[in-house]
Design a protein around this ligand. Structure first.
Ligand SMILES: [Zn+2]
Length: 109
């Protein structure tokens, strides 16, 4: 936990927060954030150009995974994304996804 002197922060940081909160933080940026976990990733993109034939392309990227919560809120979210892709899911959804991914990878089906 990082100590903060920002007057807009009315609650204590959750134990997983590593954000440095500053008085001048813009209102949209006022949130608690956990460690950024960077995952090297390959993404598959499927498009149907005007020709109508399926085109598949792969793209190497780094996906960030970050737990976050708006200041003053108790709703915790997990961000998964990069500069072009963004998915924010509730903490409970993230747990279900993690479980499903573990099962899917382990079983091969
Ligand atoms: Zn915080």
């Amino acid at each position: 936990m990082v100590e903060s002197k920002a007057s807009w922060l009315r609650e204590s940081c959750p134990p997983w927060c590593v954000a440095a909160h500053h008085e001048e933080d813009f209102p949209d940026d006022r949130e608690h954030q956990g460690l950024v976990r960077e995952i090297p990733a390959v993404l598959l993109s499927r498009t149907y150009p005007e020709s109508g034939r399926l085109v598949e392309t792969t793209e190497a990227t780094t996906l960030d995974v970050v737990r976050h919560c708006r200041a003053g809120s108790r709703e915790e979210w997990v961000y998964i994304g990069d500069d072009e892709h963004r998915l924010d899911v509730s903490l409970e959804t993230a747990r279900r996804i993690a479980s499903a991914l573990a099962e899917t990878v382990a079983s091969g089906s």
